[in-house]
Ligand binder design. Structure first.
Ligand code: PEP
Ligand code: MG
Length: 884
């Protein structure tokens, strides 16, 4: 097998397309070299060698050596230098370069090849002994750290002592002789610490450095980074060995980094920084303030330090041309590193530049207009989830964060406000014009009014499909859930953060629903701005996608927001959310507490007008688009008070003895409500509930059709069906009411009756259920819960541990489990359509807004996805990408 790929002198054995084998850095160095760009010659040891290294007790493959030596001989030829030579010595850089960018996570050794002899030759060559000794001491420091495992701090201490002794403030004040002395001290210290001297043989240095860079693939930092970015360990890193070039050889030398377009705005202008007479590490170290590359950039920053354009006009011109060439070649914005050695420009790296969402949109749209890429390519270049950045205020990335705790990032965006602990406090605050964050252990439907009144929501318990998470996403307000490191003491109104920090009601906090962090105080925010580029790209996306994108909307506000984001219908209206507002809760409780059907009907009659007017409004807003309304789903005791004080309050309001109320609550208690008396089971026990809901829906449909002149495309959805007979029963009730309303109004009402597929049994028996159901809506929240047997409300306490231990890759409540839950979806889709060819299929669980899950839905041939209003643009883009 071939371990080494060479590049340099206008040729290369590798290509940009070889990223998997050569790593990002190596593949693009090869590409630049073969484009004839000035790249210092070098070689790339492929990623497989890293895997080999770890599979063989950290030894390098035997046949690697001759290939590397051949590569070095080629570098010697091209540079006219000799590795380890006593004149014109060749110095090398040894750097990692993985398939995915892992900035700063692995190790690098520069100036390799220096020893007591070559340092003299280098000084002679460069006509600068000071430079040579400075390079040598840098090399020793880096090598000792990376290869020999000595902390670089020890070297810093020696240097600081020397500077103090010599009366110098800055490194730049040390002379050649003084650096030479420092080198001596360094070597002496290494001997004392390790009992062995600093290796003088450049070949020994080289092999050890290569092994050390491979080893750094498994250092703690790299492992954590891979876990966070889901980079597989098997990939390994490549190692790039390259001839050194020096940006620190006087005032005609420099080093810098640049983006071919502005990475924060996307403007088409070269953007970058450089330092004269410096090495790359000096730019990163931030000791000196870098200068702008262009005059334009210098003027914009108000700096009086000359730009590269002014200082080195010829080199700058060449650099600008190379940047243009790279951009045209890669057809994307590039992020490049370069060095100028005594007037000669060298390119050290190129890669696709990271950018803000705003810049990504502008660059993609501009490049279509410049004829560089197609509309489809532009659509594929935007990370759907990143659109969140545009839809919500976000925390200014430049501010310092005082973190009080962290939970799951349940609903994106950031919000600041005073802490309140009850929904009532939130409502009062809103009336007084104060902004608040509602802090709860967990929320329940009874908290809805407070959630509406708050700027953001923080809970210490619950997962990504907990009540707080789902509702907040629906409302588009920031939310952090399951902040297990924080404690809420409701009685004393105290929130305790990490390290025991205590916060009281009225104290100001900020939550970051995009990262899950909870921060102290108010922090500065960046407001969202939807640019024209966003609109253009969305039009292209809509032209490409096959699946429709609907929204989960429970209220007229939700429906309006979703339409403005481009929703093409409502895929799920959870009617229970309408029962909590204002006086409706009283009628609802009356219904639940009623002891017979007559009592229930009396209470339901009070609810009917509320439901009818909500539905009428929603239908009118959706104006002829499909609307799926689901019948009541949650267990009834969710609507009843819980604490003793609440029970006393409600008993007083309902004019009944508290003991009676407590007894009824007790009677309704369930051990496992998620698997209890809920969903269609309620409609079967109390058909009058389904009856009244159906009546409200049909009467509203008639009213809305009259108002808008458009017939409503109505779908009625029955939850938690496992048996066809359940659906048959409930559909019977719905059909009867439809007939009645048709007779009463003289209007024909078109509708479809369908079912949620959210139980494994329903998925398996889909062919039978489809004999009754006219559409399926996959309720993947419950389907995940019931397939895994993991409670969706308790998952947050152990899913992160599962992820950390590598037992599962991602939270299945966030991103669909393709293998298990996904197979059930495929089975249901296939079996259902076998019975009914035109069976409409959609998804309305939280996964409907998750790009990876949306891709799955495209492959499963679903007709639409439905997600919370603020995720609609994300889903539109993700659905388009899935179709390409
Ligand atoms: C589901 O289970 O996926 C669903 C959409 O219903 P809910 O979240 O209301 O249970
Ligand atoms: Mg459900």
């Amino acid at each position: 097998s071939k371990w080494v790929y060479r590049f340099g002198g206008g040729e290369a054995e590798g290509r940009a397309a070889d990223v998997e084998r050569l790593g990002g850095k190596g593949a693009h160095l090869a590409e630049m070299a073969s484009l004839g760009l000035p790249v210092p010659p070098g070689l790339t040891i492929i990623c497989d060698a890293c895997t080999h290294y770890f599979h063989n007790q950290k030894t390098l493959p035997e046949d690697l050596k001759p290939e590397v030596l051949q590569g070095i001989a080629a570098m010697e030829q091209l540079t006219g230098r000799v590795f380890g030579g006593r004149s014109r010595p060749l110095l090398l850089s040894v750097r990692s370069g993985a398939r995915a960018s892992m900035p700063g996570m692995m190790d690098t050794v520069l100036n390799l090849g220096l020893n007591d002899e070559t340092v003299q030759a280098l000084g002679h060559d460069a006509g600068d002994a000071r430079f040579a000794w400075d390079s040598y001491r840098r090399f020793i420091q880096m090598y000792a750290d990376v290869v020999m495992g000595l902390d670089h701090e020890i070297f810093e201490e020696i240097l600081e002592d020397e500077k103090a002794r010599l009366g110098h403030d800055y490194d730049t004040e040390l002379s050649a002789v003084e650096w030479q002395h420092v080198v001596g001290l360094y070597k002496q210290m290494i001997k004392e610490e390790l009992g062995e001297g600093f290796p003088q043989d450049p070949h020994v240095q080289l092999w050890k450095a290569i092994a050390a860079v491979f080893s750094s693939w498994m250092n703690h930092r790299a492992i954590t980074f891979r876990m966070l970015h889901r980079i597989p360990e098997e990939w390994g890193t490549a190692v790039n060995v390259q001839a050194m070039v020096f940006g620190n050889l006087g005032s005609s030398s420099a080093t810098g980094v640049a983006f071919t377009r502005n990475p924060s705005t996307g403007d088409k202008s070269l953007y970058g920084e450089f330092l004269v007479n410096a090495q790359g590490e000096d730019v990163v170290a931030g000791i000196r303030t870098p200068q702008s590359i262009t005059e334009e950039g210098r003027l914009a920053s108000g700096s009086d330090k000359p730009s590269m354009e002014k200082l080195m006009p010829e080199t700058f011109k060449e650099f600008r041309q190379i940047c243009e060439r790279l951009e045209a070649h890669y057809r994307d914005m590039q992020d490049v590193e370069f060095t100028v050695q005594q007037g000669k420009l060298w390119m050290l790296q190129t890669r696709c530049g990271k950018r803000t969402t705003r810049a990504a949109l502008k660059v993609a749209v501009d490049m279509v207009e410049e004829g560089l890429i197609s509309q489809e390519e532009a659509v594929c270049r935007i990370e759907p989830a990143s659109l969140d950045q545009l839809l919500h205020p976000t925390i200014d990335p430049r501010v310092e964060r005082h973190v009080l705790g962290a939970g799951l990032p349940a609903s994106p965006g950031a919000a600041t406000g005073e802490i309140v602990f009850t929904p009532e406090q939130a409502v009062d605050a809103e009336e007084e014009g104060r902004k608040v964050i509602l802090v709860r252990i967990e929320t329940s439907p009874e908290d809805i009014h407070g959630m509406h009144a708050a700027q953001g929501i923080l809970t210490t318990r619950g997962g990504m499909t907990s009540h707080a998470a789902v509702v907040a996403r629906g409302m588009g307000i920031p939310c952090v859930v399951g902040a297990g490191s924080m404690r809420v003491d409701l009685r004393n109104e105290v929130l305790t953060g990490v390290g025991g920090v205590t916060l009281r009601r009225g104290d100001v906090i900020t939550i970051d629903g995009s990262s899950g962090q909870v921060l102290k105080g108010a922090v500065s925010m960046i407001q969202p701005a939807l640019s024209g580029d966003f609109g253009k790209l969305m039009v292209w996306a809509d032209g490409t996608r096959r699946m429709a994108v609907r929204t989960n909307a429970d209220t007229p506000q939700d429906a309006r927001a979703a339409r403005s984001f481009g929703a093409e219908g409502i895929g799920l209206c959870r009617t229970e959310h309408m029962f909590f507002e204002g006086e409706r809760i009283h009628a609802m409780r009356e219904m639940i507490l009623a002891e017979d059907e007559t009592g229930r009907r009396a209470a339901l009659a009070k609810l009917l007008p509320f439901q009818r007017s909500d539905f009428t409004e929603i239908f009118s807003i959706m104006h002829g688009l499909p609307v799926t309304i689901r019948l009541l789903d949650p267990p009834l005791h969710e609507f009843l008070p819980k604490t003793e004080a609440e029970i006393a309050d409600v008993a007083r309001a309902m004019d009944m003895p508290p003991a009676f109320l407590a007894r009824r609550i007790d009677a309704l208690h369930e051990f496992n409500p998620m698997l209890g008396h809920r969903g269609c089971r309620l409609a079967i026990s109390y058909p009058e509930i389904a009856e009244i809901q159906a009546r409200a829906i049909f009467e509203a449909a008639v009213a809305a059709a009259k108002e808008t002149g458009e017939p409503v495309e109505l779908e009625i959805l029955v939850p938690l069906v496992g048996l066809r007979a359940e659906l048959d029963y409930v559909k019977g009730v719905i059909d009867r009411v439809a007939d009645q309303v048709t007779q009463e109004t003289g209007r024909n009402i078109a509708y479809q009756a369908g079912t949620m597929i959210e139980l494994p049994r329903a998925a398996l028996r889909a062919h039978v259920i489809a004999e009754t159901a006219e559409f399926f809506s996959f309720g993947t929240n419950d389907l995940t819960q019931t397939t895994f047997g993991i409670s969706r409300d308790d998952a947050a306490s152990f899913i992160p541990t599962y992820q950390r231990k590598g037992i599962i890759e991602h939270d299945p409540f966030v991103s669909l489990d393709f293998d298990g839950v996904g197979e059930l979806i495929q089975i249901a889709a296939e079996r259902g359509r076998r019975t009914r060819k035109d069976l409409k299929l959609g998804i309305c669980g939280e996964h409907g807004g998750d790009p990876a899950s949306i891709r799955f839905c495209e492959h499963a041939d679903l007709d639409y996805v439905s997600c919370s209003p603020f995720r609609v643009p994300i889903a539109r883009l993700a659905a388009a990408q899935a179709a390409i």
